[in-house]
Design a protein around this ligand. Structure first.
Ligand code: FMN
Length: 186
């Protein structure tokens, strides 16, 4: 879809609108961005995550994960992350750099767990084994666990956004920080 008349303010607002839509709409292409971190071995790591919350006013995004997954230790050691979103429908790529914080306990985690525990996804956070653990043999693949959940919330405070629009009439690219924006060569 062409968006010829969008100016920088419109683009910033529209980016946040699409992020919020992606949280609500399981078919939105921005629902499953790739989150890149610095691995425990100081090499890059990246994985797909489901976007759970987008707060335009706080410029923050949230994801849920198992608190025992390797990415949690990576985030605590190196909170700087990058996210990549691509939407064919919009012809938009969005690259975000952000600082991560992890909540393993507290009122917000309790509130999210109360909601998630009513859904089929609850099992993702109840397994006896931690994500990435070795499966010792093919018969020990039963990872169903107890009642203790391992849900953690990862909150990303956005630092900058690099927006790229592909269009036959000419690609456009703009970089946004909290209080500044500029056009860039695509
Ligand atoms: C479509 C899709 C959505 C996913 N969503 C999540 C998610 O929301 N949270 C999560 O922890 N892992 C999610 N995963 C699994 C991760 O990509 C990854 O395999 C897992 O979290 C282990 O990552 P780590 O070893 O870097 O901690 C998803 C995978 C796919 C394919």
């Amino acid at each position: 879809m062409d968006t010829p008349l969008l100016n920088a303010t419109d683009i910033r607002q529209r980016i946040w609108l699409e992020l919020q839509r992606a949280v609500q709409d399981r078919h939105h292409e921005w629902r499953t961005p790739v989150l890149a971190t610095v691995g425990a071995d100081a090499l890059p790591q990246a994985r797909t995550m489901v976007l759970r919350h987008a707060d335009a006013r706080q410029t923050a995004l949230q994801f849920y994960t198992d608190s025992r997954s390797p990415k949690i230790e990576e985030l605590e050691a190196h909170p700087s992350v990058a996210l990549v979103f691509w939407s064919k429908r919009l012809s938009w790529q969005l690259r975000i750099r952000a600082k991560a914080t992890v909540q393993r306990t507290g009122a917000e985690v309790d509130a999210v767990w109360t909601r998630v525990s009513q859904t089929p996804a609850a099992g993702d956070y109840l397994s006896a084994k931690a994500p990435g653990d070795l499966l010792m043999d093919e018969t020990s693949s039963n990872t169903s666990g107890g009642s203790q959940h391992h849900l953690a919330i990862v909150t990303l405070q956005v630092q900058d956004m690099d927006w790229l629009e592909l269009a036959r009439t000419g690609h456009r690219r703009a970089v946004f920080t909290a209080d500044h924006w500029e056009w860039r060569v695509p």
